[in-house]
Design a protein around this ligand. Structure first.
Ligand SMILES: Cc1ncc(COP(=O)(O)O)c(C=O)c1O
Length: 361
């Protein structure tokens, strides 16, 4: 049977198996109950990224939804890139806000601070950069724009577990930073996410988000409780947390493997347009740009190499159709191809991918 080189593949070892069995046998599976692994994960992740507070939730989408609920966004504007997974924009709409899409930089595919400046108005409350593929966006420049315009910085760090910006882990900079632990992410769980909070209000905000994460339940005293806010059922479950604890303990090691592959791709692929190598990036994705990409992808599939498209721009989706002109995003949307980059790839796999692409291009 022909070997298939998968685009994504979670790294699973005997420790994850042991953790799952232990949780199963504990009979405490629900919302942070029993053996307290959700709380343990929050504590360990907070220490890992060195942030103010961490609130674990059931997905990256929930993390964004919850984080943006900190602001009264009704009819207010949020600036974000269109080159992202649709949850980045959906989270703005869930909170009654208006997404304003701006263009990205062609080398990092992260939001361009100069384009933010052009679109910012007195109605803008939040700037929401995405660390695309794990490549850190220009946080310092964006923070300056936020300060000058009385806006808040919320980061979509769904791709960026373990990435660095100015020698500090992503998660320790913005007022709220949202992670995804979807199974294909660098830190994978069956389903999971997290909001990291920083700044002088982090404790107060954490208290509020913890209430909202579980249906607005507060003031629990024995079997009595009150509802003080509208909330959702966004709690992380104990199975996810138990796997997450194992994955967190090996995250740096796994990211190192991804970086090694990215270094080879950026050096050995004979392509003009490809992701550059940056030691601060965790390489959740590795992208290249190909003019006639459908034939290219079909040919790689025939050879047993899976590829993907991340992403079709959000402003071009039927639900979001806007007249925004985002020339770089639109060109990239037509040409971008993601290559396999995960710790399960062997040296032979990487050799084969590089050789196959160089033959085709
Ligand atoms: C940039 C980005 N934001 C948000 C999300 C949503 O995360 P989740 O799938 O955990 O809900 C994803 C998921 O892939 C993503 O890539």
């Amino acid at each position: 049977m022909k070997k298939i080189i998968k685009l994504f593949d979670p790294h699973v070892g005997s420790e994850e198996e042991k953790a799952i069995k232990k949780t199963l046998k504990s009979h405490f599976w629900a919302s942070g109950s029993g053996t307290g692994q959700v709380e343990e994960f929050e504590k360990k992740f907070k220490n890992y990224i060195n942030s103010g507070s961490c609130i674990a939730v059931n997905s990256g989408t929930s993390a964004l939804h919850l984080a943006l609920s900190l602001f009264p966004l009704k009819n207010r504007k949020v600036i974000l890139p269109s080159l992202s997974f649709v949850s980045t924009a959906h989270a703005v709409l869930y909170n009654g806000g208006k997404p304003i899409f701006v263009d990205v930089e062609p080398d990092t595919l992260c939001i361009n601070p100069e384009e933010i400046q052009k679109k910012i108005t007195s109605n803008t409350d939040v700037i929401l950069p995405v660390h695309f593929g794990g490549m850190p966006a220009k946080i310092s420049e964006i923070k300056e724009i936020c300060n000058a315009n009385n806006c808040n910085l919320v980061e979509d760090a769904a791709h960026a577990a373990g990435s660095l910006y100015k020698n500090r882990k992503i998660g320790s900079h913005g007022m709220a930073v949202c992670f995804s632990f979807h199974p294909v992410k660098n830190l994978g769980m069956p389903t999971g996410g997290l909001v990291s909070l920083n700044g002088p209000e982090h404790k107060k905000n954490a208290k509020l988000l913890k209430i909202k994460r579980w249906c607005g339940i507060s003031n629990r005293r024995g079997v009595d409780y009150d509802i003080t806010d509208l909330g959702w059922n966004f709690y992380m479950n104990e199975f996810s947390a138990s796997i997450g604890l194992v994955q967190l303990s090996k995250l740096d090691k796994l990211n190192k493997k991804r970086k090694k592959i990215a270094k080879r791709y950026s050096k050995e692929l004979c392509l003009e347009n490809k992701m550059k190598f940056d030691n601060d990036c965790n390489y959740h994705l590795y992208w290249i740009r190909i003019k006639n990409r459908m034939n290219f992808m079909k040919e790689l599939k025939r050879l047993g190499i899976e590829t993907g498209i991340h992403y079709k721009p959000i402003h071009q989706m039927t639900y979001y159709k806007q007249n925004s002109k985002l020339p770089i995003t639109e060109t990239i949307g037509k040409e971008i191809v993601s290559l396999p980059i995960h710790p399960n790839l062997t040296n032979d796999d990487i050799d084969f991918i590089i050789k196959s692409i160089n033959k085709l291009s």
